[in-house]
Write a protein that binds this ligand. Structure first.
Ligand code: ATP
Ligand code: MG
Length: 435
């Protein structure tokens, strides 16, 4: 009896040079002459070429190879060879094909397709190289986030998704029927992680958040994943230190572990590596406004930056940088007052370079019960919904700071994507809820 042929995955191919193996694959594309067929194969762990040479195989196999359809699935058997011409470095000399699933009329052909079409076909488009590379980088970043916070002594603290309050304002909320009242899908876990920090010191949450963003930009989704970190007994400078260490760590991980994916996306790893140099510059909101005005932006002190302003600033600095101390009037009620100025709060947004813009929003939190109560009243927020939050200032209030990182914003920057919709498996936007 012949020895059983080993079934492996493409990622393991480098360990089997000179051996005959079997792999379950899909066909991406094929080309060839009447004498040789080149099969572009993928299996979810990687991409490789299979070569079928008519002189080396029986006629039936060669015919089968020549007639394989895009995205049909089969087991392919053959000997692994080194191949210095391909970026993978290996190919298979195919000696057998066992069909598993036929595929007829696959819609995403090798010709150019428009973005709308590709996202109508997102369930299939996921199989292609660009989404593959981006979502592998997403996975690396997600694992990096857990590792970073674990190593830094944070507790994972899950905020609820159904809430009765609207910390960032009501206009962007998605309401849902909740028995005989209205609940809202969470826009941020911010307030809840503050309770967590008072119980566990340093905590973070990481989950989906929802905002009814009514304009379509390249940096807004209606469903996105956010990391809220909150640290008791820590002031803003210490929080900025955590933020920049985290960003540098995550970029370094992607550079170390996603070389192939970065290459697929044409993203320059050296450029990314240059963003791991700490500390990141801190620029005051005042100076940022001046810089914008000097460059012909029609912006007045006191307004928030829109996409054009963020893009300009993010091009101006060649590294990630913090814009610190925003006007109080445009920031959330809980941000800490400045010690000497009444018009700004102790806050910071982290901007990514190359025009990517804001990826983190954070602040020190005010600790005073009466002040926060008055801020809630001034902003016409319902005190009853915030009673528990005010309790945190009633029973042993301490200095604390925190920040929120938008996962997809960060991936967009690291992967060098033009649009945020590329960074999540099934994007949700103003115009897209399907598939
Ligand atoms: P922007 O001004 O760009 O709308 P924001 O000030 O509303 O951002 P925050 O409320 O500070 O953002 O939220 C924290 C982080 O969440 C942001 O820095 C960003 O990374 C991310 N984020 C916010 N809104 C979205 C969105 N609609 N889609 C994807 N990520 C988002
Ligand atoms: Mg917003």
């Amino acid at each position: 009896m012949s020895e059983e042929i080993k079934v492996i995955r493409i990622e393991d191919v480098p360990h089997f040079v000179g051996q005959t193996v079997k792999i379950g694959v899909w066909l991406r594309q094929k080309r060839g002459s009447g004498k040789i067929a080149f099969l572009q194969l993928r299996d979810g762990t990687g991409f490789m070429q299979g070569v079928v040479v008519s002189a080396d195989v029986d006629e039936a196999l060669f015919k089968l190879a020549e007639h394989l359809k895009q995205e049909s699935s089969f087991y392919v058997t053959g000997e692994i060879h080194e191949d210095s011409r391909s970026s993978f470095g290996y190919e298979m000399a195919v000696s057998a094909i066992d069909m598993v699933g036929e595929s007829e009329g696959y819609p995403i052909t090798p010709k150019e397709h428009g973005t709308d079409f590709l996202f109508d076909q997102r369930h299939l488009y996921l199989r292609h190289q660009k989404p593959y590379a981006t979502l592998k980088i997403r996975d690396e970043i997600i694992r990096g986030i857990y590792d970073f916070f674990y190593q830094d002594g944070f507790l994972k603290f899950d905020s609820p998704i159904l809430t009765d309050s609207a910390p960032e304002g009501t206009t962007e909320l998605f309401p849902v029927d909740y028995f005989d009242q209205t609940a809202y899908l969470s826009q941020t876990g911010q307030l809840y992680v503050e309770a967590g920090a008072m119980a566990f010191g340093k905590v973070y949450d990481f989950g989906p958040t929802f905002r009814a963003e009514k304009s379509s930009t390249r940096r807004h989704l209606t469903e996105f994943w956010m990391i809220d970190a909150e640290m008791a007994w820590m002031h803003q400078e210490q929080s900025l230190d955590v933020q920049e260490r985290m960003i540098a760590y995550l970029i370094q991980r992607v550079v170390d572990n996603c070389q192939t994916e970065l290459e697929m996306l044409g993203r320059d790893a050296d450029k990314l590596r240059s963003y791991t140099k700490l500390p990141f510059p801190r620029v005051s909101y005042d100076d940022a406004v001046k810089l914008l005005q000097d460059n012909d932006f029609d912006i007045k002190w006191g307004v928030d930056f829109g996409s054009p302003e963020e893009t300009f600033l993010a091009n101006y600095y060649k590294t990630p940088f913090f814009v610190v101390n925003f006007p109080k009037a445009i920031k959330a009620f809980y941000m800490k007052r400045h010690p000497t100025r009444d018009d700004v709060v102790i806050s910071a947004d982290l901007m990514a370079p190359e025009g990517y813009g804001e990826i983190i929003g954070g602040s020190e939190r005010d600790t005073d019960y009466d002040y926060l109560k008055q801020r809630l009243i001034d902003q016409h927020l319902d005190l009853k919904e915030y009673d528990w939050y005010l309790d945190l200032r009633k029973y042993g209030s301490v200095p604390h700071s925190g920040f929120g990182l938008g996962l997809e914003r960060f991936i967009r920057f690291v992967a060098g994507e033009d649009h945020i919709r590329e960074t999540i498996p099934f994007p949700r936007t103003l115009n897209r809820l399907h598939p």
